[in-house]
Design a protein around this ligand. Sequence first.
Ligand code: BTN
Length: 326
Amino acid sequence: MTSKENVLRILENNRGVTLSGAKIAKELGISRNAVWKAIESLRKEGYRIPAVKNGGYSLSADTNILSVQGLLPYLADESFSEKIHIFRELDSTNKKAKELAIDGCEHGTVIIADSQTAGKGRYGKSFYSPPESGLYISFILRSESFSLPKITRLTSAAAVTVCRAIQSVTGKKTQIKWVNDILIDNKKVCGILTEAVSDLESGNIDWIVIGIGININTSSFPDELAEIACSLNPSEANGIIRSRLAAELINTILSSNNWAEDKFVYEEYKSRQAILGKPVIVIENDKNYPATAMDIDNEGRLIVKTNDGQLVSLFSGEVSVKPAGG
Ligand code: BTN
């Protein structure tokens, strides 16, 4: 880490607390002048470090800049930080992640962006990703044995992991709308996009990218989303919530190579479903049909009953909740 990164690490670890330049300098084994230079440089990047009487430094609690140093206090294992890449702006963290995967980056590489100019949703949709208000994060996972059922399991596990993380960081209860929209009070607060990178020669799926977008403090949504999307609006400072949520996801997903094998994942994935027992519209390519959402099986498939009584099991796809009386 550079001196500037080390100074930021100490300030992030002590948000809102005033530390003297001498103390920081001593802890890092650098001169007070070097500390001052690092502080000036951080201020230029937008960090709020107000001048304090008697020459101390303190990072404002409401600073809302994502950095590896800001995540460090919440990471279960400091070595995770080496795999995290944070950008102020990207077109899409999933796109960047796929590029890095193709270039051979290691399992567990994490890409985070403060904002996305072309955030990707499922089925070619876009994901609204304004700055300073959401968590846009992609994980690159590698396995020798990726198969379609395994990818489905990873997607379901990611949905459960997001629900648990939101609950532990904000106390808010969430539900899942199959396949992997996360809802609060029936409005979407998070979307997950899983993409595979396959080797054209062997046809094997070498990598998968799990992209997670959580609306944390989005003050207004575009018209088409206003009725169906929501954000967490936590009481704690947004910058801290983003870092804590990101760290919680990283801690779980990087905790072991078989994080998705947790036998409780499917039970929880099923118990959190918002649509079971409800009338839905199944959206399949160009064909839409009404049905009732009946169950989730052990592979994460949605079982629906069509209006003529047939049970159909859906491996992937999309359902929308049928409006009352519709
Ligand atoms: C959906 O709701 O259809 C899925 C949305 C997934 C959005 C996330 S944000 C981080 C990652 N990067 C992207 O471009 N998309 C995913």
